[in-house]
Write a new protein. Structure first.
Length: 332
């Protein structure tokens, strides 16, 4: 086999600017990443997680990352990011901030004994409240504002009053879009591509789950990219299932083989596989420690050849199976 078929070196790797940092894992004390109890300090106070978030943002920015993702439902993640930007004016004009609305955080900074960590509602009322909350924290609009976790039955795809609100926000220069979840991500993206206001497309960005275990949204994301949308990949490590400490079974042997050839961790291979998709504009790291972030960003020096990508394709699960497994992950 030629070197082009296998993993090559830094010259052909994706730019660090192709990667972003997500704040879901550090903006609140509970989340569903596997092994998270090993990643966060015993003190999960607001102060401790603010300090952890700021350290991660510093490290990501120093490494060349310029896209930062957050959401109204990520506990205090928007607040943490806004505070970091306020303290670093030299960075504020260089980064892209993407946030999401449509879920309300309801866990009260608790991990256990919580009936619901977040409540979903894609209504005009929730949009009006949450965009004002986001603006108040950042002192401006976010660069991207996405409807959080849209599925084919969401009113975000059919409510004319909500569409009018979103069109007004887009007219202010915000790239309006949606994030997707569930086994019908592709259907959701294609339905959103057809949404128009006054004859013009409404949405211009999407954030979707794509990883070697769940690649089903790929064709629809390619269509969105071709339509000029900004495509952001989330959960490229499948909520930790593709981290070295969890990718230990025979079903992930192909991933470990590519990582061994590349001399990197499984995490970097998973992120590099997402970045290798021609429609992917930004691939998010969900790191909770600086060590994880550094390992994740080794993907920026990793170009996967056709043979590598073909080998990883065998990891794909039926979408229904993948999302059932994800739904069963515990908040820790």
């Amino acid at each position: 086999m030629t070197s082009a078929e296998h993993t090559t070196g830094t010259a052909a790797g994706p730019s660090p600017a192709r990667f972003g940092l997500g704040t879901a894992a550090v903006g609140r004390p509970g989340y569903i990443t596997l092994g998270r109890e090993l990643d966060l300090p015993a003190d999960r106070s607001v102060r401790a997680l603010r300090e952890r978030t700021h350290a991660l943002l510093d490290a990501a920015y120093a490494a060349g990352v310029r896209y930062f993702d957050t959401a109204r439902s990520y506990g205090r993640a928007e607040e943490f990011l806004a505070g970091w930007l306020a303290a670093r004016p030299e960075a504020a004009g260089q980064v892209t901030v993407g946030s999401k609305w449509g879920y309300t955080y309801t866990a009260g900074w608790q991990v256990s004994g919580v009936s619901a960590h977040e409540v979903k509602e894609h209504s005009v009322t929730v949009f009006d409240r949450q965009i004002q909350e986001t603006r108040a924290l950042f002192g401006r609009n976010p660069d991207l504002y996405l409807v959080h976790s849209v599925t084919p039955d969401s009113p975000a795809l059919s409510d004319p009053a909500l569409h009018a609100r979103l069109a007004d926000l887009a007219a202010e220069g915000v790239r309006v879009g949606l994030s997707t979840s569930g086994p019908a991500q592709g259907d959701t993206v294609r339905a959103a591509l057809d949404v128009t206001v006054a004859g013009a497309p409404l949405f211009a960005a999407v954030q979707s789950t794509w990883n070697p275990l769940e690649p089903s949204a790929g064709p629809a994301l390619a269509e969105a990219h071709a339509a000029g949308w900004r495509v952001v990949v989330k959960e490229a490590m499948a909520n930790g299932r593709l981290a070295d400490r969890n990718a230990t079974g025979p079903d992930t042997a192909a991933l470990r083989a590519v990582a061994a050839r590349a001399g990197t961790g499984c995490d970097a291979v998973a992120l590099a596989a997402a970045a290798a998709q021609p429609w992917a504009d930004v691939v998010l790291s969900g790191a909770a420690t600086e060590e994880q972030l550094a390992s994740n960003l080794r993907a920026a020096a990793l170009a996967l050849g056709p043979q590598d990508l073909a080998g990883l394709a065998v990891l794909a699960e039926p979408a229904d199976t993948y999302w059932r497994t994800r739904a069963a992950l515990a908040w820790t």
